[in-house]
Write a protein that binds this ligand. Structure first.
Ligand SMILES: *Cc1c(COP(=O)(O)O)cnc(C)c1O
Length: 339
């Protein structure tokens, strides 16, 4: 038996693509599949997203793009992060598109110029006359999920700076902006987190018509009865006050079930149960109300268990949680389903 199973639902990807396309009212949807599609598996997600109407694949690095190029010979692939000198030749040969600064535009590569309208990270603060080979103008929002006034101000800066060049493809929206800011739509939106059915706002994704793509399941590998005063796990962080059944789940922080998830809820035999004690590298404990058979299913994520809720307990964001899941075949079995 595998220690845990990751299931990727491609029908949910297509549902989320349709939700985003409806919100975008005619602007293109570009699928952001960097970091192995936020831990979901870049090639499966890219195929489903393109099949459902996304028009460009976006990644962070040239190696990520080259891996996708082997599978998607014809797709447009945009590298969002900076490319090193040696990588530019590879990008040219593989017909990738790059985000560059205007001082060093490489010949023979389709490029996008990034305007820094207030993210304070990559990009230029002034836009020069875009030279030939520039196909797109872009910016990135710092607060589309939190501060509407600042986001609108960034969008307005972008609009006025790029107004003379509206023949180029202008793109600024991420998932949060695609869902909430009609003014941010321009020609295309670069959406990541929402494709995976995760909320950019940290709320229930169903509120925005999104369906989680990933589910993560395991089982009880052992149960035991703790007497009053007995404890489970490192540091004795959970001490039973009275006789308490606990179950041991063979998943830990090496699998991406983070150490700060103590106190979150998973579903054991369909019922919500609390994670107790210290999460260790390869196992964690849940509090039960009775003895249950070894092999009883435990749902960690998906099927009603929200990444947003785990993220709240861990003091992080759903993005970081899913990117951290270890999908290596030595740790988990990965399955792709369709509906
Ligand atoms: C990651 C990224 C996105 C996608 O953001 P989401 O919030 O996941 O939709 C869009 N644009 C750029 C430049 C990014 O780096």
């Amino acid at each position: 038996m595998h220690r845990s199973e990751l299931t990727i639902d491609l029908a949910a990807v297509r549902h989320n693509v349709r939700t985003l396309l409806r919100a975008l009212e005619g602007s293109e949807l570009w699928a952001v599949v960097k970091a192995d599609a936020y831990g979901h598996g870049a090639s499966d997600i890219a195929g489903a997203a393109l099949g459902a109407g996304a028009t460009v694949l976006c990644v962070a690095t040239v190696p990520e793009a080259l891996a996708l190029r082997r599978e998607f010979a014809m797709a447009r692939i945009l590298v969002l992060g900076p490319a090193g000198n040696l990588e530019v030749g590879l990008a040219r040969d593989a017909r990738l598109e790059l985000v560059v600064s205007p001082e060093d535009i490489p010949g023979g590569v389709r490029v996008h110029l990034k305007l820094d309208t207030g993210m304070g990270r990559w990009g230029l603060s002034e836009l020069p006359e875009p030279p030939i080979d520039v196909v797109g103008l872009m910016s990135h929002l710092a607060t589309a999920d939190t501060d509407a006034a600042y986001a609108e101000w960034q969008i307005e800066r972008f609009r006025s700076a790029t107004l003379p060049y509206s023949h180029l493809t202008r793109h600024v929206a991420n998932s949060a902006a695609a869902l909430r800011y009609p003014s941010a739509r321009f020609d295309a939106a670069r959406c990541g987190v929402a494709l995976y059915g995760l909320s950019p706002f940290g709320t229930d994704p169903a509120e925005d018509g999104l369906e989680p793509v990933l589910s993560w399941t395991s089982h009880l590998a052992q149960t035991r009865l703790l007497r009053a005063g007995e404890s489970t796990g490192y540091g004795r962080r959970f001490v039973a006050e009275r006789e308490t059944w606990i179950g041991i789940v063979p998943v830990g922080y090496a699998d991406g079930f983070r150490r700060d998830l103590t106190g979150t809820t998973v579903r054991v035999a369909g019922e919500p149960r609390r994670v107790v004690g210290t999460v260790s590298m390869d196992a964690f404990a849940v509090e039960l109300d009775r003895d249950l058979p070894v092999g009883t299913p435990v749902v960690l994520l998906g099927r009603g268990m929200l990444a947003e809720e785990h993220a709240r307990v861990a003091g992080t964001i759903n993005y970081e949680l899913v990117c951290g899941i270890n999908s290596s075949s030595q740790r988990a079995r990965r399955m792709v389903v369709d509906g």
